[in-house]
Design a protein around this ligand. Structure first.
Ligand code: SAM
Length: 321
């Protein structure tokens, strides 16, 4: 595993720098690209109860992890969402929230604005109702845009995440112009991940390498146009490219799933701990060792050869140590 120029690697850290929390697998939407296969009926029966979630918060604070990202599913549907946010906020932990915006109205925007937020990221996959609802059946673009308006009105740093697909990529520039007008601070996109429901719908969604490159070049021009006003970023790595990189440079982060299991990364099935059985401090030490396990190295090599093996990503495979 690689170290940086000062000879410091992630394994020298006493605790992670970042904590990603998939709070619930339940979602009000049923997106065709969803990497987690979330949906209205997709909550897991063994999701963490409120008391367990509060214990996780206590340990995050004890380990002095400075930054958490709350996602799902739709994180605002998680019953303990507000208690978790308020607990982190009171104790100086920075929060990022990923939401489809549907549950955010004026009152919840006001409540969010009172938290210690780095940002709220609203997913908007299209500049027209037609394309947006091709990705997110039954969803209303107007609701996502209203959530953005309310958040901006209440002074929350608001960002857009846009997932490109064959049917919406022509609208990227229009959406960026709309975002700027709404007061959005950043527009993030990148290669759509070949995991979960996206695999089954790849013929409808998946852009070719050339199409991704073309979109990335168009967005560079947009980034130039909006320089100093709004950040516009295209993450250029596919799932497999990112996995190969992570094998050498694991992130200093943990990914807690709604059932208490902690995964190495969303695109692998491997579990290095369970908050119902291990402390976060123990899980961090297991995470460091896990990246050197032969199963993990073999998986990355196998998906490099055969990307369809990524279909296993949403399994839970305990590394059993
Ligand atoms: C899984 S969602 C959960 C939060 C919330 N329900 C939402 O829709 O934003 C978090 C982000 O992941 C993105 N996402 C889902 N599946 C993806 C995929 N296959 N590739 C890239 N991004 C994906 C969503 O569009 C969203 O921006």
């Amino acid at each position: 595993m690689a170290k940086d120029l000062q000879g410091i690697g992630f394994s020298d850290l006493k605790s992670p720098l970042f904590f990603a929390w998939h709070m619930t697998n339940k979602c009000n939407l049923n997106c065709i690209h969803c990497l987690w296969e979330s949906g209205p009926q997709a909550a897991w029966p063994d999701e963490l109860a409120e008391q367990e979630a509060m214990e996780v918060c206590r340990q995050v604070m004890e380990l002095q992890i400075p930054y958490v990202a709350l996602s799902g599913g739709e994180p605002l549907l998680y019953p303990a969402f507000w208690r978790v946010c308020e607990s982190f906020s009171k104790n100086g932990v920075d929060i990022k929230i990923e939401s489809n915006g549907h549950p955010i109205d004026g009152e919840s925007a006001r409540r969010l604005a009172s938290l210690k937020l780095r940002s709220v990221q609203i997913s908007v996959d299209g500049a027209s109702q037609e394309t947006y609802s091709m990705m997110r059946a039954g969803a209303k673009l107007e609701k996502a845009l209203n959530a953005i308006k309310e958040l901006v009105k209440h002074g929350v740093t608001t960002e857009i995440i846009y997932v490109p697909a064959k049917f919406n990529s022509h609208e990227a520039e229009r959406l960026i112009d709309m975002a700027a007008e709404l007061g959005v601070k950043a527009f993030y996109t990148g290669k759509t991940m070949y995991i979960g429901r996206a695999v089954r719908n790849w013929d409808t969604i998946g852009l070719s390498e050339e199409e991704n490159e073309e979109l990335s070049r168009r967005l560079e021009r947009k980034a130039e146009e909006y320089r100093n006003r709004m950040a516009i970023l295209f993450y250029p790595y596919s799932v497999v490219e990112e996995l190969k990189y992570r094998l050498e440079y694991p992130a200093a982060s943990l990914l807690l799933m709604a059932n208490g299991k902690v995964k190495l990364i969303g695109s692998m099935p491997f579990v290095c701990g369970d908050v119902r059985r291990h402390s976060l401090a123990e899980i961090w030490q297991r995470y460091i060792k896990a990246w050197e396990r032969p199963e993990v190295i073999k998986y990355v090599n196998s998906v490099t050869e055969t990307p369809s093996l990524l279909a296993r990503a949403n399994d839970f495979v305990d590394l059993g140590f």
